[in-house]
Ligand binder design. Structure first.
Ligand code: N2P
Length: 383
């Protein structure tokens, strides 16, 4: 195996410890299989070729089960799914060795990290003709993988706050101050949830302070850590899987989370007599925040790389890409899907934000050796 850099090794160890995976990872000796370094040749597959069943490692509630069934039927394979709640947990799970996943769905900065560590298989573009369906901004020039060497966009969206207006009223600042200024947060003590995610939650605190969420300044990061600490007694949960259910279930009144997951919950909670969109409200705070792109990658040592390419190509079919967006309420990178996307979704500025909103947002970037400072600061903030 290509040896990880020293700082990555430290990052991995700290992540494994943070997620309680150390014992599991140490028990697995990968036996030193062959590994592709970045730039190594990948596989070559025919369009539509399959070489076995597909193992998909994804965020939860992120794909329509009907799309999975359609793929299984069309290609006569079985898809198994496993789920991760953060990019760091995904990294920790595959860094030592790939336990058998074919396709995974990391966000932007994690594509850079996985590629740098030699953990990805380069894509065979000839096996993915539906790359032609991507909107131009996703077809090339993305900061983390400009030529789609390793990844293809899956969905994109924003991170923000959603509030229960029955608790916070209608007159609240659209600001990170709601969760990070004790003057507000203390009013909602025990009714706030924050993402259990080092880059997202420290990133939000950094934006609240007026800094870049990609800072590599230790002093700024320490300030952000202290902001989280200052409201720690008000935080009911650090949660990345069920924040939307905590909100509509009434357990919290303010939740930090990803746009589409909230909209899915608002939709589910609405009935003929109850419009959840009147009661709950999602916004990106005025100080700015995260704009992210999640991406399909094929992991190094994927047991079924051709089925993986075929699956990626399948999700880039216009109707399939639209079905994904109609299911999860996240924006599609597939321009050709737009005629098949529900018009209310396409016209919703919270799902397809206008350029002036996007201008205020940052992608999370790989900070290289500094990355471990984020995981350590987050652990310190929570303890
Ligand atoms: C889907 C979560 C979206 C992930 N449930 C945000 N990167």
């Amino acid at each position: 195996m290509r040896p990880p850099t020293r700082s990555r090794l430290l990052l991995l160890t700290s992540l494994l410890a943070a997620f309680g995976l150390l014992a599991a990872a140490c028990g697995d000796d990968d036996g030193g299989g062959d590994s592709a370094a970045p730039g190594d040749a990948g596989v070559s597959c025919e369009v539509g070729q399959t070489d076995g069943d597909l193992s998909l490692y994804n965020w939860s509630e992120y794909i329509d089960p009907e799309l999975i069934s359609a793929f299984e039927e069309q290609y006569r394979v079985t898809v198994t799914e496993d789920f991760f709640p953060s990019n760091e947990e995904l990294f920790a799970r595959v860094a030592d060795n790939n336990p058998g996943f074919d396709v995974a769905v990391p966000s932007d900065y994690m594509v850079s990290i996985l590629a740098d560590e030699g953990l990805l298989l380069p894509l065979d573009h000839d096996a993915i003709p539906n790359l032609a369906n991507l909107a131009p901004e996703f077809a090339s020039g993305l900061p983390f993988d400009p030529d789609l060497t390793w990844s293809v966009a899956y969905q994109w969206g924003t991170t923000g706050l959603a509030v229960d207006m029955e608790v916070v009223g209608e007159d609240f600042p659209e600001s990170w101050a709601l969760v990070f200024d004790p003057a507000y947060a203390d009013q909602y003590a025990g009714k706030i949830s924050l993402l259990d995610d080092p880059r997202e939650t420290l990133g939000a605190a950094l934006k609240y302070l007026g800094y870049s969420l990609n800072t590599t300044d230790e002093g700024q990061l320490a300030e952000a850590r202290d902001v989280i600490r200052s409201v720690i007694d008000d935080v009911a949960a650090f949660d990345s899987d069920q924040f939307e259910d905590l909100l509509v279930g009434g357990e919290v009144a303010i939740a930090h989370g990803w746009s589409g997951d909230f909209f899915g919950a608002f939709d589910d909670a609405s009935t003929d007599d109850f419009d959840a969109y009147e009661r709950y409200y999602y916004f990106v705070p005025e100080e700015g925040g995260v704009r992210w792109v999640d991406n399909m990658v094929i992991l190094r040592d994927a047991p079924h790389p051709c089925t993986a390419h075929t699956f990626i190509n399948f999700l880039l079919e216009p109707e399939n890409a639209a079905a994904l967006t109609n299911f999860n309420f996240y924006a599609s990178p597939v321009a050709a899907a737009e005629p098949f996307i529900d018009p209310e979704i396409l016209d919703d500025p919270s799902i397809y934000p206008p350029p002036e909103t996007l201008a205020n947002l940052e992608f999370i970037a790989d900070t290289g050796d500094f990355e471990i400072n984020y995981t350590d600061a987050f652990t310190a903030a929570k303890s």
